[in-house]
Write a protein that binds this ligand. Sequence first.
Ligand SMILES: NC(=O)c1ccc[n+]([C@@H]2O[C@H](COP(=O)([O-])OP(=O)(O)OC[C@H]3O[C@@H](n4cnc5c(N)ncnc54)[C@H](O)[C@@H]3O)[C@@H](O)[C@H]2O)c1
Length: 324
Amino acid sequence: MAVKIGFVGCGGIANAHMNNLAKIENAQMVAFSDIVEEKAQAAADKFGGASFGADYAKMYEEAGLDAVYVCLPPFAHEDQELLAVDAGLPLFVEKPIALSMDKAREIEAAIADAGVINCSAYHWRTHDTAKWAMEALAGDRIGLVLGWWMGGLPGVMWWRQQDMSGGQILEQTTHIIDMARYIAGDVERVSAEMALRVMTDVEKISVPDVGTVNLRFETGAIGNITNSCIPPGWKNGLVVIGEKKTVIFDQFNFELRSSSGTETKTFQPIAAHFRESVLFVDAVEQNDQSLILSDYANGVKSLAVSIAANESAVSGAPIMLSDV
Ligand SMILES: NC(=O)c1ccc[n+]([C@@H]2O[C@H](COP(=O)([O-])OP(=O)(O)OC[C@H]3O[C@@H](n4cnc5c(N)ncnc54)[C@H](O)[C@@H]3O)[C@@H](O)[C@H]2O)c1
């Protein structure tokens, strides 16, 4: 029996997930909801199943779902996850999982109480490059983590507004923060500088277009993550310097440097988003949370680093993660 899936939010990333789920044998999309009702209807027309317009609560009650994909912008998380969890439904939640720690922690607690299968969509973890980096650095003493996300400006209007998206450090660079945490462990302290320097003429823009964040990890390792949304952008990736090995990687390229020389590998064939959905659907089907590489609680921890960075950029003071 296929896992029956409903969507809340049928925009850009939702459609990418829908295209993947359509190729996954044990998944079946049966219901769609979006405040823009035409988007829910368009998804239902394309992938089969019913549109519930803007009424996700009705969808949870009537669609016979086994799981929900929540693909909302950061500002739009209200009770969509809470009602799904009340209905006992497993959750796949796009990153960043919320705009505030209060909302994220409320949902985290509800998920823990209900014990439903849950995933925060940090798909970088499913890349082969991430697996190789983890394997290469296992047992090594990590000293320094450098990361960068030099993207352009996404076309959606909410993204450029700080009170809707949280800015690039929350929105996109969260992938790099999550990878840094995956490899080097939890973060203890954050200090940041951010500015809107160049893109001041862009309509409605209030997010910084440049920023840099210093990290101190609980292990004592240190890091820096730098980002910009000034087009055309450059690269996204990380360098991790350990005692015996240095690893340089992004989503597709991996380089390992050690006293035995330099090894490079390139990853292409299976898209990480596809793999992430395969794992989620299998986890729901088998009721096995261990298949999921990033649970909701992990998403809360990665969110906390971005929120601390934003707070530090405003106050000018370092922020302890324990205070966020
Ligand atoms: N993991 C990734 O690689 C990746 C890539 C892109 C986007 N994302 C994340 O996915 C989320 C959505 O991004 P997007 O690019 O799909 O944005 P989008 O604007 O294209 O789509 C968002 C959709 O949510 C709908 N929506 C807004 N408020 C709603 C509400 N209250 N109820 C129901 N629907 C509502 C909108 O109408 C829209 O269709 C963001 O958090 C973004 O960071 C992740």
